[in-house]
Design a protein around this ligand. Sequence first.
Ligand code: HEC
Length: 146
Amino acid sequence: MKTIAGTAIAVFLLFAVAPSRSVVAQDAKKTKAPDAGAIERGRYIVESVAMCGRCHTPWNQNGEGKRENWLLGGPTQIQASYPVPNWAVVEPRLAGRPPGTDEEFVRLLMTGISRTGARPDPPMPPFRMTRPDAEAVLAYLKSLKQ
Ligand code: HEC
């Protein structure tokens, strides 16, 4: 008798708890709160794959970037080995809030087209990321100190 009652309570709890969990998941989707997984994935892409910091972080003469300057932007340090007329002179700050809207940023990383409707000047690479990867990069950049 006791076990039947126990099972009944367990089944009741299962149904009582399960729906509230999925409501929480839906809410998170609606507000697009960046989860820790997305931020970690964004960090991996920025630091270990796309190397955004190689350009968007000021480096010293030994090619070392300081962590306190991380992704703060500055003058373009990488120079072309032959003259390129539209070589950019400044790399914008990415930490905290990259330029433009969220959607413009995601589009830039998915298509290589910037908020101006054209490609950014070289040496900014034309990335072709998936939407989840581009959104993860954005979540990571937003997680950095403004
Ligand atoms: C090889 C150097 C280089 C790398 C690597 C690089 N960038 Fe850039 N990025 C630039 C330069 C230079 C500009 C300025 C282009 C211009 O002025 O048109 C720029 C511009 C931008 C802009 C501004 C675009 C706009 O609409 O004005 C964003 C956002 C950006 N980069 C994000 C990133 C992210 C995110 C990464 C890594 C996933 C990255 N960049 C990697 C060089 C680089």
